[in-house]
Design a protein. Structure first.
Length: 435
């Protein structure tokens, strides 16, 4: 009998996790899920996070050293950043078009009572997000890409700093006398291959991890059924708008880029990255998904490590198309609810600020909401900001899950397009999914 592919197992686990979480919520027995099931999800996430930094360090040093061509590296870097910024700006524009067409905020604008009730339920949480946004300065973020101490960067998982250091180390190794340099490069290459084997091993537990993560998310979301019903009623249209925008971006931008600029069949691409997408959905974290994205793109699509080891870690930190699109929808939604009319100029400000913020807030956790505060400040909504954010925080988790899928798909798309333009896709070699 043919073995079921990994992504089907994960999908089945996801469905069972939803069911289990739903039954636990409906029967009022969520405590055992949070106490005994959730830890399996946390262990799985820790395993992925554990290998993300070593994987990036080892594979990028090996990748940069084997490329051994700074002009090519610069070209790949330029294309990567260019595509990342372009796709993010398009995503925000798609978000704005969708929200302007659907206008999900008009009903709440006429219903101050529900608005107040929802906002009050999440006021405390909103305050915390706004405070973390206060420390963000885009210039400071750019300066901090250059680490003072690379070991601290490794210890604190500061991905862009790790990328910066690994690139320089990789280049420096090629400048050593041949036999000495080659020896060390082989060590890094072997370490990188060993970590990929670890990723494949960890992915065997993905169905268990995903089941636990989803069951516990459902229990957390469903803990207060009355607020949930309120939220769904009031914010259903808003959630639908975000979902439509995300799907539109996937279809209009990624599939078109892949079809026009690469020879990789769409079916093969989406089959290859399905495990990464499912994991992004379950974990809401592009960072934790990174090792799986790298493995899927290298082994499933055949992208050379030279390209993927550089493009994907940068993408996991700065390329957030789903998050950007969500900024556009959320900003317009909040403005409509508070009766603030937005001109075309204001909407352009949203595109510019959200694009800059998505690059500048690389290292900040809970990044979606932090970016939103920057955008709202720019629109002169500082007074309404806390209440506006509190209003949408209740449904942030499911939307975060969906936008993370787009973020990860965007990284994989750009990696495939750039690698294809440089002749760095070797489809014939080993195109199977991590199993
Ligand atoms: N959770 C998203 C990611 O990790 C970021 C966000 O939208 O908050 O890609």
């Amino acid at each position: 009998m043919k073995k079921l592919a990994l992504h089907w197992w994960i999908l089945i686990a996801l469905g069972l996790g939803v069911l289990y979480g739903y039954i636990a919520t409906a029967t009022g027995s969520t405590a055992h899920v949070l106490l005994y099931v959730d830890p399996f999800g946390q262990i799985f996430m820790n395993l992925l996070r554990m290998i993300a930094v070593p994987l990036v360090l080892f594979s990028l040093v090996a990748g940069a050293a084997s490329m051994n061509d700074t002009a090519k590296m610069g070209r790949i870097g330029g294309k990567t950043i260019g595509l990342y910024v372009m796709t993010t700006a398009i995503a925000i524009t798609i978000g704005l078009v969708t929200v302007n067409l659907i206008q999900p905020g008009t009903e709440l604008a006429n219903n101050p009572e529900i608005r107040e009730r929802l906002a009050n339920a999440f006021a405390g949480q909103a305050q915390t997000s706004i405070q973390s946004a206060e420390n963000v300065s885009i210039i400071q973020q750019i300066v901090s890409i250059v680490p003072q101490n690379p070991f601290e960067s490794l210890a604190e998982s500061k991905m862009l700093q790790v990328v910066f250091f690994a690139l320089l180390l990789g280049i420096a190794l090629t400048r050593l006398p041949r036999e000495r340099g080659e020896h060390i490069i082989h060590v890094f290459q072997n370490l990188s291959d060993a970590i990929i084997i670890m990723v494949q091993g960890i992915m065997k537990f993905a169905p268990i991890g995903v089941f636990a993560l989803i069951a516990s998310v459902i229990c957390q979301i469903g803990k207060d059924p009355e607020t949930l019903a309120d939220l769904m009623g009031a914010l259903g249209a808003y959630m639908g708008t975000v979902a439509i925008g995300l799907i539109a971006h996937m279809v209009l931008v990624y599939t078109v880029l892949l079809a026009l600029l690469t020879n990789v069949p769409l079916r093969k691409f989406f089959r290859a990255i399905a495990p990464a997408q499912l994991l992004a959905f379950s974990s809401s974290s592009s960072g934790a998904t990174l090792p799986v994205t790298m493995t899927c793109v290298e082994k499933g699509i055949g992208v050379d490590e030279e390209a993927s080891s550089f493009i994907l870690p940068i993408g996991a930190t700065i390329n957030m198309d789903g998050t950007g699109l969500y900024q556009g929808v959320a900003a317009v939604f909040i403005c409509t609810v508070f009766g603030r009319e937005l001109s075309v100029g204001d909407q352009l400000t949203i595109v510019l600020t959200a694009t800059m913020a998505s690059i500048g807030t690389a290292a900040v956790p809970g990044v979606g909401i932090v970016m939103l505060t920057i955008v709202l400040q720019q629109l002169g909504m500082a007074n309404e900001m806390a209440m506006g954010i509190a209003l949408i925080l209740g449904v942030d988790r499911p939307l975060d899950m969906c936008r993370t899928v787009l973020n990860v798909t965007g990284d994989a798309t750009v990696a495939t397009v750039v690698a294809s333009s440089e002749g760095l896709i070797h489809p014939g070699e080993r195109h199977h999914e991590p199993s």
